[in-house]
Design a protein around this ligand. Structure first.
Ligand code: S3P
Length: 169
């Protein structure tokens, strides 16, 4: 399963919980990008720009194996057709979050999100979310996260997955 959604939606927190419950590995694609580049995403954006980050994101996606189990991807991944459609059998789970909740959850860590860092993070997050919502809506499953703990979100994802497989049986 691929966990998609905006920064602050809980992908990196919920992902390990899900992987643990399912007994499969967890891969965080942004961490993988940082590991390979030997520097932070913020540093990549600052020194080489967003386009270079997107190239690294493409490479990391191509090299990742769906058999990894649970894969969390960055907030812009679903807006890139060549990435979002690269695993036709994958179930993409959209962890939905309101922009204000995302900004609140990120707190000081917002500085590590170059596209959100700035004077008006709520405004920026609202505009970015609006431009991406139709891409997130392509996910096979949508799970609300705003008023849920990470454990509750993981429960909802597992329930949703159960419904998907029942429908297709
Ligand atoms: C991005 C979100 C980030 C990271 C990069 C770009 C985006 O990931 O991939 O800063 O385009 O929204 P998170 O969703 O984990 O914050």
């Amino acid at each position: 399963m691929i966990l998609v959604g905006f920064s602050g939606s809980g992908k990196s927190t919920v992902g390990p919980l899900l992987a643990d419950r399912l007994g499969v590995p967890f891969v965080d694609l942004d961490e993988e990008i940082e590991r390979r580049a030997g520097r932070s995403i913020r540093a990549i954006f600052e020194t080489e720009g967003e386009l270079r980050f997107r190239d690294l994101e493409t490479d990391a996606t191509r090299d990742a194996s769906l058999s990894a189990g649970v894969i969390a991807v960055g907030g812009g991944w679903m807006s890139r057709p060549e990435l979002r459609d690269c695993w036709p059998d994958a179930i993409r789970v959209w962890l939905r979050v309101a922009p204000e909740t995302a900004v609140r959850r990120l707190g000081k860590a917002i500085g590590t999100r170059p596209l959100l860092a700035g004077e008006e993070p709520n405004e920026t997050a609202r505009a970015l979310m609006e431009s991406r919502t139709e891409d997130y809506e392509r996910a096979e499953l949508e799970v609300a996260t705003d008023d849920r703990t990470p454990e509750e979100v993981a429960d909802a994802v597992l329930r949703g997955l159960g419904n998907i497989s029942r429908r297709s049986d």
